[in-house]
Design a protein around this ligand. Structure first.
Ligand code: MN3
Length: 224
């Protein structure tokens, strides 16, 4: 009995270095599927370039830096520092993940951006069941976007329990909560529109649907 226990803990211990290696592996930025200027006139090349090269990279660097610091703080048994770093890891990691989803949610108008899901597709049917039409779902999403105070995101999600399509918002760089699959995410931070739309964010919310990649949303929608 004792020997069995000893063997098991030795095995658990032996796995520890592998976990540490994975945790300290820096995350990298995925390539964009289109050029910075490919979403014009709806989203300017200047916005895309700044958003991708500056904002997204800052989240990535922040995430990698703070993960490395966290691993050091664990090694030094510095609990107070660990607690503070987790907040930064959550924020920057959220910024990393949310933008990865966002870039995939966009597509040039000339290559299918803005094309609604077909009424006969599983997503098309789910949208019709809950919102009656894609246009009404868009209006509901724009309503949620308009209501965001400060920085955040609106998400068209699939509720994993009911399988239904819903619209939710998240604050800052919080990710979609457990139990939801993000289908379409709209970045409502000022950096996502200000260079082009200034204070008229409603125009950005209206324009972005011309470059939404609904095929990507369909690929995330789970039928079962
Ligand atoms: Mn952003």
């Amino acid at each position: 009995m004792l020997r069995q226990f000893a063997t098991r803990s030795a095995r658990t211990f032996a796995r520890a270095p592998a976990v540490r290696t994975i945790a300290t592996q820096p995350v990298t930025q995925p390539d964009l599927d289109y050029d910075f200027g490919a979403l014009e006139p709806y989203i300017s090349a200047e916005i895309m370039e700044t958003h991708y090269l500056k904002h997204h990279r800052t989240y990535i660097n922040g995430y990698n830096t703070n993960i490395a610091k966290f691993v050091d703080a664990v090694a030094q048994h510095d609990v107070a520092t660990q607690t503070q770093l987790l907040k930064l890891i959550n924020f920057n990691g959220g910024g990393y993940v949310n933008h990865n989803l966002f870039w995939k949610n966009l597509a040039p108008h000339s290559s299918g951006g803005g094309e609604h899901p077909s009424a006969s597709s599983p997503l098309g049917k789910a949208i019709a069941a809950k919102y009656s039409s894609v246009d009404k779902l868009i209006a509901a999403t724009n309503g949620k976007l308009a209501g965001i105070q400060g920085s955040g995101w609106a998400w068209i999600v699939q509720n994993q329990a009911s399988k239904e399509v819903e619209v939710i918002t998240t604050a800052n760089q919080d990710t979609v909560p457990a139990g939801y699959t993000p289908l379409v995410g709209i970045d409502a931070w000022e950096h996502a529109y200000y260079l082009q739309y200034k204070n008229v964010k409603a125009d950005y919310f209206k324009a972005i649907w011309n470059v939404i990649n609904w095929k990507e949303a369909e690929s995330r929608f789970l039928v079962n």
